[in-house]
Design a protein around this ligand. Structure first.
Ligand code: SF4
Ligand code: SF4
Length: 477
C-alpha cells in the first residue's frame, strides 16, 4: 500500500469518520442560528446522485470488492495510464464514499444546505470527489476483462454502466467529448454527426462503382427473411464502408434473401447505453418496434457492438420476434450446413482479434476461428491474450472519444501483439475494432493489413473486386 492509499484508508476509516461526524455534530449544536444569514446565503448543495437503477446485487457488489488488485494486473487501460482512480477497486471505493457523504449519518446530522455544511465546505469537497470519480469512471472501455478475473465475481461492466447512468442523470456525465457523440445520436440517429439522408450512400456508391450489382432491397417496402443491420460505423466511415460492401457481396454470393433499412436505419444506441445516457431506452424501443414490424426471421449484424446491444441489452427493454445473429454465426451456420463452397485460395497468414462485445460479452470465440481455418490457403496463428483474455483495442465504452491518446496506446499494444505472431493480416469481426486497430497500425507503422472477416470470405468466394485483390496482395507499412 503506498502513502496515498494509506492516507485514503485513514481518511475513510469508520472510527475516524465517526469521530469527524461527532465533532461536526458538536460544532453544529454550537453554531449560531442566524435567519438573516440563511436568507443572504443561498443554500448550496451538490446535485443528487440517485441509484434506483442499481439492483440490490449491484449495491452489494460495491462492498464485495476485497481490493485484491487482480483486475489491475489485467486492465488494458491501466496498463497504458497507471492512474489508480480508474481501477475497479478505486472506483468501487470512491463511489461508496460519495454515497456515504450524500446519504450517510453525517449528511443527516449536517444537512447539505445548513450553515455548518457551508462552513465546512462540504459541497466543494463532495464536488471534487465526484469530479475525480467521474474521470476514472469514464476512463474505461467497459471491456469486461476485470469481470473475468475478479475472484469476487463482480459484474463490473453492468456495474460501471449502471453507475454511469446515475451519474448522467445527476448531470455529472458524460465527459465533454463523449457528449458530442451522444447529442449526435439524439439529433441524427448516428454518432458521427452525419445527416440521416446519407446513411445508405455507401451502397449507392458501391453500385455505381460496380462493386455490387444493385442496392439491396428496402426491407420496409419489400419483405425479406433477413435484415442486414449495417450499423453506424460501417455506414458512415469511409475507411470502414468496405465492411458493409463485403457483407452485401457475401450475402449475395450465398443467395440469402435479405434487405436493409437504408436511410430509415437508426443507431442501435450502444453509444448512449455505454456512457449511461437514459435516452438509450427510447431509441431501443423505437428500433424494437421497427424490427418487429418487418416480419423477418433473422437480424444479422457485422458490428459486435450492435450485436451485443441488440441481442443482450434490447431484451431488457422489449420483446423481439426474430433471432439475432452476428455475421460470423450466420456464416458459420451456412458453412456447417454445406451451403458455402469456397472457390479460391486466400494465401494469408492471419491472426484474429476477439472483439470484447463478441468474445467476453457473448462467448463467441469458435465461429470466427472455424471460419478462418476453413478458408483454403489461410494460415491461422493465435495471438497472445485471446478468447476471454483478449486485450481490448480501446475503441469502446466511450474511451476513444474521451481519452483518444489512451486508446491509441491501447491499440498500439494490441498491434504489437499481432506483429509478434508473424502474421501479415490482422482480422477482426467488428467495424469499431477495425477502426480502433487501424489507429495502432498507423502509429506503429506496422507491417500489417487490417481485415474484416467478411473481406477474407469474399475473396475465398471469388466475389472480391480487382481493387481488393490488389490491396490484399501487399502489406501496409
Ligand atoms: S472494464 Fe476493462 S477497461 Fe474498464 S476497468 Fe475493467 S478491465 Fe479496465
Ligand atoms: S478483482 Fe474484483 S475484488 Fe479484486 S480488486 Fe478487482 S474488483 Fe475488487
Amino acid at each position: 500500500m503506498d502513502d496515498k492509499e494509506r492516507e485514503e484508508e485513514i481518511e475513510e476509516s469508520p472510527s475516524d469518520s465517526d469521530a469527524g461526524e461527532r465533532q461536526e455534530t458538536a460544532e453544529a449544536s454550537e453554531a449560531p442560528e442566524s435567519e438573516d444569514q440563511a436568507a443572504v446565503e443561498e443554500p448550496e448543495t451538490c446535485k443528487r446522485i440517485r441509484v434506483q437503477n442499481l439492483s440490490p446485487r449491484q449495491l452489494l457488489e460495491l462492498d464485495t470488492c476485497t481490493r485484491c488488485s487482480e483486475c489491475v494486473q489485467w486492465c488494458p487501460v491501466y496498463a497504458q495510464d497507471e492512474k489508480d482512480d480508474l481501477t475497479p477497486r478505486a472506483k468501487a471505493k470512491a463511489f461508496r464514499k460519495i454515497m456515504r457523504a450524500q446519504d450517510g449519518i453525517l449528511s443527516m446530522l449536517v444537512p447539505p444546505d445548513s450553515w455548518l455544511a457551508r462552513k465546512l465546505n462540504l459541497k466543494s469537497r463532495q464536488e471534487k470527489r465526484i469530479e475525480r470519480f467521474v474521470q476514472g469512471l469514464y476512463e474505461c472501455s467497459t471491456c469486461g476483462q476485470c469481470h473475468y478475473v475478479c475472484p469476487s465475481y463482480i459484474d463490473t461492466v453492468e456495474l460501471w454502466e449502471g453507475i454511469r447512468k446515475s451519474i448522467v442523470s445527476a448531470g455529472y456525465g458524460p465527459l465533454e467529448n463523449q457528449a458530442a457523440l451522444t447529442s449526435s445520436v439524439k439529433s441524427y440517429d448516428n454518432p458521427w454527426l452525419q445527416p440521416r439522408s446519407v446513411r445508405d450512400k455507401w451502397a449507392k456508391r458501391a453500385k455505381k462503382q460496380k462493386q455490387i450489382p444493385k442496392v439491396p432491397k428496402n426491407i420496409s417496402k419489400e419483405k425479406a427473411e433477413v435484415l442486414y443491420f449495417v450499423g453506424c460505423t460501417a455506414s458512415f466511415d469511409v475507411n470502414i464502408k468496405e465492411v458493409a460492401v463485403n457483407t452485401v457481396k457475401l450475402l449475395n454470393a450465398c443467395d440469402v434473401d435479405f434487405g436493409m433499412l437504408g436511410v430509415k436505419e437508426k443507431c442501435c444506441g450502444s453509444v448512449l447505453l455505454r456512457v449511461g445516457d437514459p435516452e438509450y431506452e427510447r431509441l431501443a424501443k423505437e428500433n424494437i418496434e421497427t424490427f418487429n414490424g418487418l416480419g423477418i426471421k433473422t437480424l444479422v449484424t457485422s458490428c459486435s457492438g450492435c450485436y451485443k446491444t441488440i441481442s443482450q441489452d434490447y431484451p431488457k427493454v422489449g420483446e423481439m420476434n426474430f433471432e439475432i445473429l452476428h455475421m460470423v454465426q450466420f456464416i458459420d451456420r451456412l458453412i456447417q450446413e454445406g451451403k458455402i463452397e469456397f472457390k479460391r485460395e486466400v494465401p494469408m497468414k492471419v491472426t484474429y482479434h476477439d472483439p470484447c462485445h463478441l468474445g467476453r460479452a457473448a462467448g463467441i470465440y469458435d465461429a470466427p476461428r472455424r471460419i478462418l481455418k476453413s478458408v483454403p490457403g489461410v494460415e491461422f496463428v493465435e495471438i497472445e491474450r485471446h478468447h476471454e483474455n483478449s486485450r481490448c483495442c480501446g475503441a469502446g465504452g466511450g474511451l476513444k472519444a474521451g481519452f483518444p491518446e489512451v486508446q491509441q496506446k491501447m491499440s498500439q499494444a494490441r498491434v504489437r501483439d499481432a506483429v509478434a505472431t508473424g502474421a501479415t493480416d490482422f482480422v477482426t469481426a467488428c467495424p469499431f475494432c477495425y477502426q480502433g486497430l487501424l489507429v495502432g497500425i498507423t502509429a506503429e507503422e506496422a507491417p500489417l493489413q487490417m481485415r474484416d472477416i467478411t473481406e477474407i470470405l469474399t475473396r475465398a468466394l471469388g466475389v472480391a473486386d480487382d481493387e481488393e485483390e490488389e490491396k490484399g496482395s501487399g502489406t501496409e507499412g
